[in-house]
Design a protein around this ligand. Structure first.
Ligand SMILES: Nc1ncnc2c1ncn2[C@@H]1O[C@H](COP(=O)(O)OP(=O)(O)OP(=O)(O)O)[C@@H](O)[C@H]1O
Ligand SMILES: [Mg+2]
Length: 250
């Protein structure tokens, strides 16, 4: 589904150049559940933006279902993102003054879903994230960080995308809600969707079938999780490995 070939990304501001990605190659098959971990600044979000066709690499190739995204024009890109990809941003990107339902139905504006059905789909997606119904008509700037995070997840789910990209989707959640949200991701995975999730937390990475580790803009480790994905429980191996990683990078 995804193929990255020697991807680099450089940011230039004034006379400083930041190499956010320094040559990254990997592929992700349909139906995989992949976690990306690594220290702050290692290039995780930059990579995710490229996987979501929100940004283009400085060099290298990014193929989505065999198609080089660089060959598409803006309309084709927007169409691809709308049809295939659900994106949960690290910084939510909600409309602050619009209510919850409106935020979640937003991606459906560009879809073929009839207007009468949109609110229903939004409610279904919100229920999956465990957000209480009493919040559905609040403005998003009246919600807590954890509640906003769940609205952002529901917004990514509502179009029923085949690829879900999530940047720290549990970063603001308490451990109980974290579990609910991770079960939602597992459910989406078992329905045949591809999931790529960035996290700082070993316990979250352990839900994935495969864990990619980034450091200094490079992919430094890529391994399968022994028992995850089958049991629906976190892999204890990954918890241990990721804990060790954290100690090393601290
Ligand atoms: N728009 C930008 N302009 C300039 N530099 C940027 C930009 N976005 C990211 N960077 C730099 O690129 C590097 C990688 O950033 P990125 O956001 O991908 O890291 P990250 O792994 O997601 O970190 P975190 O865990 O803190 O979210 C960092 O050094 C960052 O400062
Ligand atoms: Mg980031």
């Amino acid at each position: 589904m995804i193929e990255c070939i020697e991807i680099t990304k450089k940011y230039v501001s004034g006379d400083t150049e930041t190499v956010a990605l320094a040559g990254v190659s990997f592929s992700i098959n349909e139906d995989e559940f992949v976690a990306i971990i690594g220290p702050s600044g290692s290039g995780k979000s930059t990579l995710m933006h490229i996987l979501g066709a929100l940004d283009i690499p400085t060099s290298g190739q990014f193929l989505l279902e065999g198609q080089d995204v660089a060959d598409l024009d803006d309309d084709e890109l927007a169409d691809l993102r709308n049809r295939k990809i659900g994106f949960v941003f690290q910084s939510f990107n909600l409309l602050p003054r619009a209510n919850v339902i409106r935020n979640v139905t937003l991606p459906l504006l560009y879809s073929k879903v009839p207007p009468g059905r949109r609110e229903e789909l939004a409610r279904e997606a919100l229920v999956k994230t465990g957000l209480g119904e009493d919040s559905f008509n609040k403005r998003s700037n009246q919600l807590s960080g954890g509640q906003q995070q769940r609205v952002a997840i529901a917004r990514a789910l509502v179009t029923n995308p085949s690829l879900i990209l999530a940047d720290e989707p549990t970063g603001n959640l308490d451990s109980k809600t974290e579990k609910v949200v991770m079960q939602t991701f597992q459910q989406m995975h078992s329905e045949g969707r591809t999931i790529v999730l960035i996290t700082h937390e070993a316990e979250i990475a352990a839900y994935a079938q495969r864990v990619i580790t980034m450091r200094d803009g490079r992919l430094v480790d890529d391994r399968l999780n022994g028992d995850a994905g089958k049991t629906g429980k976190p892999s204890q191996d990954t918890v241990a490995t990721a804990e060790a990683e954290k100690e090393m990078s601290a």
